[in-house]
Ligand binder design. Structure first.
Ligand code: ADP
Length: 254
């Protein structure tokens, strides 16, 4: 669980986690410092992103190490799991109303909060639609609205843009970018364009270890001179691959 500390950041200090009956830790002494704004959590499948997100969201306790956050942040978390689902007979409006109720949003602010969240994800006109009748992209956006409807100070989204078409992706990115000033947003993604467009900070996991944690400018610096290369990779992609190659060469992986 996240403990209180007087700062505007989320600090992850030497966090390790081993699943029961597993000999290899899913996370091994992970350190990261997530400022307000949008942080991208990158890494191959199985590198530990979901495990770390669930720990920061307070759903799992680390085996060792700790996560600390600004006062109040720990009590104000929104989390979108990768496989978020909801009874298909619920409408979008009911999903949001239920959430503001159990998140204890004051009664007189609930309808505004629901409307604002639905509009933020482009579902303002679909509040009466049943979840089961939405397209895959709309359903994903309804789940994002549900994660942010109570205006959490920390919003953790596991692959929020997976399965969305390019237009929907842009919509979700704009929504997240609009939260930058008030919220610490953590997204895991495989879509490097997401990072390029909206993220301020990048953390890369490799085999359960943090192999990069810094701002986007620092992340891009190992990418070299982009214009002079014609390898079909973007500057962001080159930086990411370089960070992983460096980690593997220096034996940071297990
Ligand atoms: P990612 O989100 O980067 O794909 P995960 O955090 O899901 O990575 O997984 C990290 C490691 O933990 C992987 O080796 C995975 O097989 C293992 N793992 C994930 N969930 C469980 C679980 N519930 N029980 C046992 N091992 C798990």
């Amino acid at each position: 669980m996240v403990t209180g500390a007087a700062s505007e950041h989320i600090d992850i200090n030497d966090v390790s986690f081993t699943y029961p009956r597993r000999s290899i830790p899913a996370l091994d002494m992970v350190n990261a410092h997530w400022p307000r704004g949008v942080t991208a959590l990158l890494g191959a499948n199985g590198s530990g992103k979901t495990t770390l997100m669930t720990i920061v969201a307070g759903l799992r306790r680390p085996t060792s190490g700790e996560v600390s956050a600004a006062d109040g942040t720990a009590q104000s978390v929104g989390y979108l799991p990768q496989d978020a689902g909801w009874p298909p007979s619920f409408t979008v409006g009911e999903l949001l109303e239920y959430t503001v109720w159990w998140r204890r949003v004051p009664r007189n602010q609930r309808s505004t909060a629901c409307r604002r969240a639905a509009e933020a994800v482009g579902l303002g006109h679909r509040e009466r639609a049943k979840i089961g009748e939405l397209s895959g992209g709309q359903r994903r956006r309804a789940m994002i609205a549900q994660a942010m409807v109570h205006s959490p100070r920390l919003l953790i989204l596991d692959e929020p843009t997976a399965g969305l078409d390019p237009e929907q992706r842009v919509g979700v990115r704009e929504t997240l970018a609009s939260l930058k000033d008030t919220t610490t947003v953590i997204i895991s993604t495989h879509i490097i364009d997401d990072v390029d467009r909206i993220c301020d900070h990048v953390t890369v996991l490799n085999d359960g270890a943090s192999v990069f944690d810094g701002d986007v400018a620092a992340f891009l610096s190992p990418g070299g001179t982009p214009a002079s290369r014609d390898d079909g990779r973007s500057r962001m992609e080159r930086s990411y691959l370089q960070v992983l190659a460096d980690a593997r060469a220096s034996g940071t992986q297990r």
